[in-house]
Ligand binder design. Structure first.
Ligand code: GRF
Length: 219
């Protein structure tokens, strides 16, 4: 008899099944985060680790804009942060090489692109196969690329959302790990809708990290 039980999250907005906690006794995941902007997803990951919702530790933050919000949050949270000004790098590949060196020095298990506004090259993707994640503010595969929130509003959808996925060379096209849907309200503009989507991003990103680690453990 097939199992028709409803295993969905009671809030109704999450893809199921929800990730199981990582096995007890395992070493905490060593996480790196890449950010360009406010860094609210970076902080959400740090808090998920601190509160035990994610069995990990954010060991380093990489930013490409000196003085960005993410960098200021790292100072407040006492997380090491390194700035890589992309304008001072001879190529995208050189920037990725510099990031790899930082992540290897910190013995990182997984890398999370949380609002990293640069396209990464195969150099970085191949250095962290199945270990590089991204958070995107749309229900992929809809509205890939720049400004997924504005794209969703322009298309007139009534459900928007966010997706945490693995990174592949094709932009916003890697394996989907977790998604959350967010209704579009009549009074929504880009800012209001994005703010509600971000609340869901903060919820699903730690789950996606756990799922990515479980996929690796299962080979
Ligand atoms: C997020 O909405 C994410 O989906 C997109 O960039 C935004 C970053 O926000 N890729 P923050 O810097 O984490 O606050």
């Amino acid at each position: 008899m097939p199992d028709f039980a409803d295993h969905s999250d009671p809030s109704g907005s999450l893809q199921w099944p929800l990730p199981q906690p990582l096995p007890a006794g395992g070493a905490p995941l060593r996480l790196a985060v890449m950010a360009s902007g406010e860094g609210s997803n970076f902080e959400a990951l740090v808090m998920a680790c601190a509160e035990g919702r994610l069995q990990g530790q954010v060991v380093v933050l990489a930013v490409n804009r000196d003085g960005c919000g993410a960098q200021r949050r790292a100072e407040r949270l006492a997380i090491p942060c390194q700035v890589f000004d992309h304008r001072r790098q001879p190529s995208r590949q050189a920037l990725d090489q510099a990031l790899i060196a930082l992540f290897r020095a910190h013995r990182v298990d997984l890398v999370v692109m949380a609002g990293w506004m640069r396209i990464v090259t195969p150099v970085l993707i191949e250095a962290f196969p199945e270990r590089l994640l991204n958070i995107h503010p749309s229900l992929l595969p809809s509205f890939r690329g720049a400004d997924g929130v504005a794209q969703a509003l322009a298309a007139g959808v009534t459900l928007a959302g966010c997706t945490a996925h693995l990174v592949t060379e094709e932009v916003d096209a890697g394996t989907i790990l977790v998604q959350a849907a967010v209704p579009v309200l009549p009074e929504d503009d880009r800012q209001r809708l994005h703010a509600r989507i971000q609340r869901q991003e903060h919820r699903i990103l730690p789950m996606a990290v756990t799922l990515a680690a479980q996929r690796l453990a299962q080979g």
